[in-house]
Design a binder for this molecule. Structure first.
Ligand code: BEZ
Length: 394
């Protein structure tokens, strides 16, 4: 078994050997400058833990490659986006204009990511989105320099609607935050649920990131649908699941959600979340050598359990690594690099996946059940689900 101390010592020795050989290298040998990666993620607010695990996942993959991708050292620049769309353009420009990063990696919140995508498109900066599902990023606003290592909002919503219809539910209510991620996830749910014979009888929402759910829970109790579909994540998901349970609703109206409702949150949700059924492109107990090694590496490095956000960060680094490797680390070979990123198959902890033509993962969606602190697989909701990429023309 590796010990972190042994690994750290090995890294120091390797760095010393490298610096000696660099000093002795002939003057003419060009030394590749570090690749500048701008991480724009939430470090504060309801999505702080999500941003933290994305960064940890990204760094874990880079560290596993000895701190380099395709021979290029990685230099990090960071901005806390606070999940605040109003500050997003200023924040992303700190990375693009002030720090002059080569690659942008971010973010969690769909509204913030839409502003990042606009800025990336205008400046032609490579952007890898490691969470935010805003459909337009790989739809109407798509661009050859914009990739996602996560999902589109439509995907987990659609997959959950398939499962809810298969369970025989006929009347559903939905509840979410009123912003792109919530609305688009609900739209995906409604599309497949109604195709499967169900009917969404009412959509409920509240502004992001409010957590005053009481009036909406009272309305659910009054309407008594067969099932409630919810999109919440991070701190908001913790509060919602606890409030739903405390209101006594779990005994009368089954609660389903896209997997963000219970991912990275189970410890804080405790008994209130036990048995909840969700769908997502990851589950903790996927029993493959790839997932087991990833989870072990993450636990050793950070003394914590990995979750879907860590996976998406890890895979953002894998995607960048695949592109860089295809051009021998030469970032100036942009067309070849982007082509390789679009064609690569990522050996992800979630299972292998490739990119759609609009550069969004084509991936399996798992049915999961919350058991203890884990979301465990109970089946596959939809295999190789591809976002339709509506409106993407490049
Ligand atoms: C979003 O804003 O796109 C999002 C945030 C948290 C989890 C999933 C999606």
């Amino acid at each position: 078994m590796h010990t972190p101390i042994k690994l750290a010592l090995a890294a120091v020795a390797a760095a010393a050997a490298l610096s000696t050989s660099a000093q002795n290298a002939p003057q003419s040998a060009p030394q590749k400058a570090p690749l500048k990666v701008g991480l724009m993620l939430p470090n504060t607010g309801t999505f702080a833990a999500l941003g933290d695990n994305i960064e940890k996942g990204f760094r874990l993959y880079v560290n596993e490659q000895g701190g380099k991708l395709a021979g290029r050292e990685i230099q990090y620049f960071k901005v806390d986006d606070e999940s605040d769309p109003a500050k997003a353009t200023d924040n992303v420009n700190k990375l693009i204009k002030r720090d002059q990063v080569d690659v942008l990696v971010g973010t969690v919140h769909s509204g913030v990511a839409l502003a990042m995508a606009r800025a990336a498109k205008e400046s032609n900066t490579l952007l890898i989105v490691p969470n935010a599902g805003a459909d337009a990023i790989t739809g109407a606003q798509c661009a050859p320099n914009i990739f996602r290592s996560s999902f589109s909002n439509w995907q987990p919503g659609y997959a959950t609607g398939v499962v809810a219809a298969q369970k025989g539910y006929k009347r559903a209510m939905t509840i979410t935050w009123n912003y792109a991620a919530g609305n688009e996830t609900v739209k995906g749910f409604t599309e497949s649920f109604e195709k499967g014979g169900g009917k969404v009888v009412k959509d409920l929402s509240l502004p992001f990131p409010n957590v005053e759910f009481q009036a909406l829970l009272t309305e659910i109790a009054a309407q008594k649908p067969d099932v409630v579909f919810a999109f919440f994540a991070g701190g908001g998901a913790v509060k919602f699941v606890k409030d739903y349970d405390a209101a006594g609703l779990r005994k009368t109206v089954p609660l389903m959600g896209s997997g963000f409702l219970t991912d990275g949150t189970l410890e804080a949700q405790g008994a209130a979340a036990q048995g909840l059924i969700t769908t997502l492109h990851y589950a903790d107990d996927i029993d493959t050598p790839r997932n087991n090694a990833f989870r072990k590496g993450f636990a050793l490095a950070y003394k914590a359990n990995a979750d879907v956000y860590a996976v998406q960060g890890y895979d953002a680094a894998q995607l960048l690594g695949a592109g860089l490797t295809a051009v021998g680390g030469d970032f100036t070979k942009r067309p070849e690099m982007l082509y390789a990123m679009g064609k690569t198959v990522i050996g992800s902890p979630r299972g292998k996946f490739g990119m759609s033509t609009s550069r969004n993962p084509v991936q399996d969606f798992y049915i999961r059940e919350a058991k203890g602190n884990y979301n465990v697989v109970t089946g596959v909701a939809v295999k190789a689900l591809a976002d339709p990429g509506r409106g993407c023309k490049s």
